[in-house]
Design a protein around this ligand. Structure first.
Ligand code: AP5
Ligand code: MG
Length: 198
């Protein structure tokens, strides 16, 4: 059982590379952004709260986000898939500390953090293109600016946090998707001993 965080700025390729990771290694994917967007789409109470933050490019409060993650981990247990790719979580130091507790409670731990590193101009281009293509509500110039600011202030410090824990694996997130994935696979297999289930 292997638990991995895929880490990086908005638009760095977390969702794209997560899909390939779960396919190759048979892991369970948790994207906190997708969980929240699903609630917004279904018009739930949680969706209304989430929308008020996401539309401004701000983070959902830690306490709420941690309790959502706890319940998604229960779904994972029911699905019977061991090992998780956490995409978009943790985004703050308190969330990282909570993740340790949530995994410990389940008799496991975090094994590696894959950090996708992409220059800011490229992040903006990717998000603006996707906004035009898909209409994702937070892919507009004002919200993108806030998302990047929030990333810089609240999330980027986790790079140092996980480097100190010797869990951080820096990956150049620029270039062809499959080539980036090859770099991730090689690094991850060397670091953790995980093997493809294919
Ligand atoms: P979330 O959904 O996590 O969004 P994000 O972090 O802003 O990241 P994105 O999903 O935009 O990008 P990505 O890194 O997944 O890249 P992707 O593969 O899509 O969070 C949204 C919001 O929810 C937050 O702002 C916050 O409000 C809230 N939230 C979520 N989690 C939270 C938490 N833990 N705590 C508090 N609040 C939380 O790629 C981007 C685009 O680029 C795509 O179009 C893709 O096709 C393209 N692309 C991918 N790779 C490449 C490549 N190599 N070359 C060219 N294009 C590429
Ligand atoms: Mg994403």
């Amino acid at each position: 059982m292997l638990n991995i965080v895929i880490f990086g700025a908005p638009g760095s390729g977390k969702g794209t590379q997560s899909a390939k990771l779960i396919d190759k290694y048979g892991l369970f994917h948790i994207s906190t952004g997708e969980v929240l967007r699903e609630h917004i789409k279904n018009g739930t109470e949680l969706g209304k709260i989430a929308d008020s933050y996401i539309s401004k490019g701000q983070l959902i409060p830690d306490e709420l986000m941690i309790s959502i993650l706890d319940s998604v981990l229960e779904q994972q247990a029911k699905a019977g898939i061991s090992g998780v790719v956490f995409d978009g979580f943790p985004r703050t130091i308190p969330q990282a500390e909570a993740l340790n507790g949530l995994l410990q409670k389940r008799g496991t731990e975090l094994h590696a953090v894959i950090g996708l590193e992409v220059p800011e101009e490229e992040l903006i281009d990717r998000m603006l293109s996707r906004g035009k293509l898909t209409g994702r509500a937070d892919d507009n110039p004002d919200t993108i600016k806030n998302r990047l600011q929030v990333y810089h202030n609240q999330t980027h410090p986790l790079r140092e946090y996980y480097t100190k824990e010797e869990k951080y694996l820096a990956i150049n997130g620029m270039g062809i998707v499959d080539e980036i994935f090859n770099e991730i696979s090689t690094g991850l297999e060397a670091k953790t001993g995980i093997k493809s289930t294919k």
